[in-house]
Each structure stands twice: as C-alpha cells, then as structure tokens.
Design a protein around this ligand. Structure first.
Ligand code: PMT
Length: 399
C-alpha cells in the first residue's frame, strides 16, 4: 500500500525521535519515497545525518537555506508529498499547527501542504492530558487531520501514563486505514463483506477434536484484498494467523459457532465469501471429561449445517455469495454442481490433492466457476494474488 507513495516525514522534538528512524526505514522498505524535515528540537535528540544516510536524501532543517533558486524548499516538499506524516508530534508543534503558525521549516511546510496530514503525538502524559493540548488535537481532527492516540505505558519520566509513541505496527495499520479512507475511488467502498477462514474444530471431548488441514491463509488473504479495495470486512475465522488491526475479526471454533456468526451478520452484508473448510459432521455427543482409552471406539456423528447452502436459501437478490469447492477429482463438474445446489454466484474451485496448492501452503491455483462465464483458471501463484483476482471478480459483478 505504501509502494510509490511520496511521504513527507515531519519530525519534531521528543525522546521518541529515535523510534521514528525505524518507522522511516519500514516505510522505505515497503516502497514509499520518504523526504524528511526536522525541527531544531528534533535535532537535539537524533542527528539529521542519521535520517539523511537512511533516507538517502538531504534533510530539510532551515526555511531560509535555499540552495536551489528554482524552488522554495518548504513549498516544494508540501506540493511533492502524497501524505504528510508528523512523528513524533510534540505538544508544541500540535499547538502551532492548531494556531496556524509557520515559524520553522516543519510548521511552514505543514501550513502549505494540501496532502492528508497524519499526526502521531508523543509526549509526557500530563502534557497530553492538558485541556489545551486536547483542545488543539480536537481542532486538528475537525480540520480533517488524522490524529492517533498515543500508547499507554512506562514513560521516559519513570512513571506510567498515556503519551508513549505508539508501536510501529499500530502506526502502520492506522496509516493504511487513513490512506484507504481518503481514497474515495475504491470500488468496494460502502460494501460490507463477510469472509470465513480456517478449518472448523468439532469437539469430541475437552482435549480432542475432528478438524482438517485448513490454515486460514486463503481466507485471510481474501480479507486483506477486500479491505484494500475499500470494503468493510468481517472476518470469521478459526485460524490463529494474525490479522491487522483494521480488519474486524470474529474468532470461532466449530461449524455451529461459524454458522451463528454468519447468520447474524449476513442480513447486513453485501457479500459472503466462504473460504473456510467447514466440517460436514460433528460428534453427536461431546464428552464433558477426557474419554478413557478403549480397545475400540465408535463415534456417532451428526450432520453440521451447510452454511453456504443456508445463506443461499435466504439471500436477497443483490447479495453476492461466493463459495469454494475443495476437490481432488472432477473439479469443474463438482464445482458446477455446488454452484447450483448452494445457490451461489461463484464457486472458486481448487485442487486439494496436490502439495503445492490448496490446504496449508502459501500458493494456490483456482478455477472461477460462475453462471455467466466459461470457467476461468487463475494459475498457480501466491494466495494474496489469487485473493486479488477473486475480489476483482466481485468488483466486476457489482459493475
Ligand atoms: O485455509 P488454507 O490452508 O489457506 O486452505 C484453503 C482452502 C483449501 C481451505 C480453501 O481454498 C477452500 O477450498 N475452502 C473450502 C473448503 C471446503 O470446505 O470445501 P467443500 O467443497 O467441502 O465445501 C464447499 C463450500 O461449502 C465451501 O465454500 C465451504 O466453506 C462451504 N461449506 C461446506 C460445508 C458446510 N457444512 N458448510 C459450508 O458452508
């Protein structure tokens, strides 16, 4: 998401300046082009040379140091950037921004920029809580700037409080969220999509269960791909895989729990993508205590609800239903049968009899089987790319 983004990084005074070096490297590693401007106070904490060496560009420090007569530097960086990132943002700079002051390079460029402004405050807890700082933050938010809340924890002053520079992953997640929300052209904006992922676990007793090899990778990749295209995503998952903070995650274990979550959310959803490997059966009786070893054991199983089929039965005409078909033979034929039987709009058929695709690997090959088009093969590649293709199909469907 940061690939090719032009980010102006405005660094102001505070002990957290050293953490921003790492944040800048992460942005560059993710493909962003970063230019840095620092206030005089920021330079007290970390030398501009550190930022210069790592960003491989000179650092803007002084409004009146104009080496190139062709440009005015603080206007140039303001016009050049797609995003203005103020990190760490001191109480002093926040106050200046809220008052519209332009008394150094950073505040002058920020007054001139038309790019979205993303602010990461970090300061002493009492400074942060002070009414005047809170009023200034409120003003900036009302002007459309995105202002993060700092982390709570152990401060440089030696006591606990709210004011710590947030963890890097939280900053990156919120940055992505803010950037995505700025982009009004995203095709799935306003759409809510439910995605299921992972293999369900059907309990036999407190320590044993029936399950399958699904890791959740395919479903989680779909959640990310749909989110990037502007959708509000609700990911119902059995998987232990991590999810970014911007994706709403509902953890479930069994097919019955998954059914309940899907059923509750489905009415308000525009689409459902069933990538989960739902167990078709579960034990009729779940033992409360660990079962003792026996020479022979017969488990009685009962049929689980078929979530996709049930949603196909109640779906409104404008709702889109995407199911998967995990097959080892007659892939297209069985996918077509599932398309009709489950009232789906699309079946994503995959071969789960090979080791380089399907369950619990990073890649997949799928065939899109719909009512309208000839089956379309999406050749073997990373699940993130397969997910993008499936979401592109959904975008086309809405068009
Ligand atoms: O999680 P990964 O390790 O990344 O692996 C990905 C995957 C192989 C699990 C995925 O690509 C996949 O194929 N998911 C569907 C697995 C499956 O249950 O397929 P099925 O052919 O048995 O079921 C057909 C469809 O009905 C599926 O969309 C399934 O979610 C749904 N179903 C099945 C049974 C049931 N009781 N309720 C359902 O809704």
């Amino acid at each position: 998401m940061f690939k090719g983004k032009k980010i102006a990084l405005y660094v102001t005074g505070g002990i957290a300046v050293y953490k921003v070096v790492d944040l800048m490297r992460e942005l560059i590693k993710n493909g962003a082009e970063v230019r840095v401007a620092m206030t005089p106070s920021a330079c007290e904490f970390v030398s501009p040379l550190t930022f210069q060496v790592l960003s491989r560009h000179f650092i803007y420090l002084n409004t009146f140091e104009e080496n190139d007569p062709e440009v005015v530097n603080h206007i140039n960086i303001a016009d050049w950037s797609d995003l203005a990132l103020v990190a760490p943002a001191s109480a002093n700079t926040i106050a200046k921004l809220s008052a519209g002051l332009a008394d150094n390079f950073v505040t002058s460029a920020l007054l001139a920029t038309t790019a979205p402004v993303f602010i990461v405050p970090a300061m002493n807890a009492n400074m942060y809580k002070n009414t005047v700082t809170q009023e200034n933050i409120e003003k900036l938010k009302n002007r459309g700037h995105y202002v993060m809340t700092p982390d709570k924890g152990f401060l440089a002053e030696g006591y606990e409080g709210e004011g710590r520079f947030p963890e890097k992953t939280r900053i990156l997640d919120e940055l992505k969220l803010a950037m995505r929300d700025q982009d009004m052209r995203l095709p799935l904006k306003g759409k809510t999509i439910i995605i299921t992922a992972g293999g369900t676990k059907e309990r036999i007793d407190p320590v044993r269960f029936i399950s399958n090899d699904s890791s959740g990778k395919m479903g989680h990749a779909l959640a990310e791909a749909a989110w990037r295209q502007g959708a509000t995503v609700k990911l119902i998952t059995t998987s232990q895989l991590e999810t970014p903070g911007y994706i709403e995650r509902l953890a479930v274990e069994s097919a019955a729990e998954m059914y309940n979550e899907v059923h509750t959310l489905f009415k308000e959803a525009d689409a459902l993508v069933m990538a989960a490997a739902v167990s078709d059966y579960s034990p009729k009786n779940v033992e409360k205590k660990k079962m003792k070893k026996q020479n022979e054991l017969t488990l009685e199983l009962k049929k689980n609800p078929d979530i996709l089929m049930e949603m196909g039965r109640i779906k409104a005409p404008q709702q889109c239903l995407i199911g998967f078909a995990a097959e080892t033979d007659n892939i297209i034929e069985y996918a077509k049968e599932k398309l009709t039987a489950k009232h789906a709009d699309l079946i994503v058929a995959n071969d789960v009899g090979k080791t380089d695709r399907g369950f619990n690997v990073d890649s997949n090959e799928v065939t899109l089987v719909s009512h309208t088009d000839e089956p379309k093969v999406i050749s073997l590649q990373e699940k993130s790319k397969i997910a993008r293709e499936i979401i592109n199909w959904l975008i086309e469907y809405y068009n």
